[in-house]
Design a protein around this ligand. Structure first.
Ligand SMILES: Nc1ncnc2c1ncn2[C@@H]1O[C@H](COP(=O)(O)OP(=O)(O)OP(=O)(O)O)[C@@H](O)[C@H]1O
Length: 457
């Protein structure tokens, strides 16, 4: 079999890891080099020009915060922003991996890895690099594309019946390729569950591609999702594949689907019905093949009743509908999750073992948790940082304070203030009408009407 014309650099202080990885990779890739330290790896970048770096997260004996790995990641990417870095993380350190992904890593693999998984991850990273090269400045992808099969059940914390029921449903539907809609309040774990579903599916060796539909700018929507050809519009200097094409063969996760404008809903529906997309400026239909998972915190059925969401689109995406329980509906899991986050953050912030006092325990189980698991996680992070002894005595569970000034507006003219607020909201959300409307406390149609009234395009 001819070797793939790519170069891989492996950076790890464990020479056994380096030898094992090199032995495997040299049968697949044209260039493979190893390095025992990030500074040496940085120097190697100049002569070797790797396409992918496999990077360990800890380089000093006994060190497990991942700080060195994160620093190395930043330095490597500063040298070559097109580089794909795959983090090598310890089992159970999913939060560190997520932090790394946020800092620009393309993906991560958990040690000890299976050869098949490592090769699939490198292949995905190379595909991503090729797609980016093809489609200059196509940055957002790298944080949304992830290795397959990495979310293990042990990493999902919870033993309450409501949570176990969700896991059971996911296990049942994962291998079927049916379209799945995940519903649930903010922070209930929809993103995590979508990844878990993908990891149990028959497509788990292919990409998992997340698209935050709510954050797509209305004007760029089509080009982002369906791609464009050179010359399709003024800035289209190169052909660019859309996100639907990049999810080919794998799973496409459409997050925040309840935030789509009516026009965007129609475009997505057509693509899903026809199982093809056409890049902007082209008339050549391209077939698409992916498993679709969608998610929203909005009441889609109600939105259909109110004429805000298309019923035909809902029927297309919700073959199986799974509602994730709120944290208040799984109170049994609060302390379990709390102690999971405490150990994670104690490790991160180098604190010793920490315990919860009885008062703190009671506070946690009594709290309403409107922000669900995410709120609990942030609360634990704050508590660990602030803890002085070995006991966490009390939580500050007050909602975060806003800093809005109490000063009166410059004018009391209602229309002038309305226009100002609309412009501010649109600016804050980069023209995304759905989000701006939500911030203003009105529905999208009401905002469209006002924009028309004030001549805002
Ligand atoms: N069962 C779980 N065990 C451990 N951590 C979890 C679990 N479920 C969710 N989390 C953590 O809680 C946080 C919020 O989860 P996630 O982002 O999946 O929620 P979401 O429902 O997609 O939120 P949003 O609607 O705001 O996008 C994440 O940091 C995630 O890692």
């Amino acid at each position: 079999m001819p070797l793939h014309p790519s170069k891989i650099l492996i950076v790890d202080d464990d020479r056994d890891v380096l030898t094992t990885a090199r032995m495997l990779l040299k049968h697949h890739y044209e260039g493979v080099k190893t390095s025992v330290h990030p500074s040496e790896a940085l120097a190697l970048m100049e002569q070797f020009h790797p396409d992918v770096v496999l990077l360990d997260m800890n380089f000093q004996r006994g060190e497990n915060t991942g700080e060195e790995g994160l620093r190395a990641l930043t330095n490597l990417l500063a040298k070559d922003p097109s580089l794909k870095v795959i983090l090598l993380t310890a089992y159970g350190d999913i939060n560190l991996a997520v932090e790394g992904m946020k800092a620009g890593a393309a993906d991560f693999v958990v040690k000890p890895w299976s050869n098949e998984k490592l090769l699939a991850t490198i292949q995905n990273a190379l595909k991503l690099k090729a797609a980016e090269k093809n489609a200059e400045k196509y940055k957002a992808i790298s944080t949304d594309i992830t290795e397959s099969g990495k979310l293990l059940e042990e990493e999902l914390i919870g033993h309450s019946p409501a949570f176990k029921q969700v896991l059971a449903t996911i296990k049942k539907v994962a291998p079927t390729d049916a379209n799945v809609l995940l519903l649930g309040e903010n922070g209930t774990g929809k993103d995590v569950m979508a990844r878990y579903l993908h990891s149990l599916s028959t497509r788990n060796n292919q990409v998992f591609f997340r698209v935050d539909t709510g954050s797509l700018h209305e004007k760029l929507f089509e080009s982002e999702l369906f791609g464009h050809v050179k010359g399709a519009f003024t800035d289209a200097r190169e052909d660019k594949p859309g996100k639907f094409e990049l999810a080919e063969g794998g799973t496409l996760f459409l997050d925040e689907i309840g935030n789509l404008s009516p026009a965007s809903q129609a475009k997505i529906l057509t693509a899903l019905q026809q199982k093809t997309i056409t890049r902007l400026g082209s008339n050549k239909p391209i077939p698409i093949d992916f498993r679709l998972i969608s998610a929203t915190n909005q009441p889609l059925a109600q939105m259909v009743a109110d004429g805000e969401f298309r019923q035909d689109l809902l029927f297309r995406i919700n073959t199986i509908e799974i509602t994730l329980p709120t944290l208040r509906e799984r109170r049994d899991d609060v302390l379990l999750l709390a102690s999971h986050f405490i150990s994670h953050f104690a490790k991160k912030y180098r604190k010793g073992a920490l315990q919860l006092s009885d008062v703190a325990n009671k506070q946690l189980t009594d709290h309403h948790w409107p922000g669900n698991i995410r709120e609990l996680m942030h609360t634990m992070e704050r508590a660990v940082i602030m803890a002085e002894g070995s006991t966490i005595n009390y939580f500050d569970l007050s909602p975060s304070k806003t800093t809005a000034a109490d000063s009166p507006p410059e004018t009391l003219n209602l229309q002038e203030n309305e226009l100002k607020l609309i412009n501010e909201a649109l600016k804050k959300h980069q023209g995304n009408v759905t989000r701006a409307a939500r911030e203003l406390g009105i529905d999208r149609l009401a905002l469209y009407r006002r924009m028309e009234k004030y001549g805002i395009k």
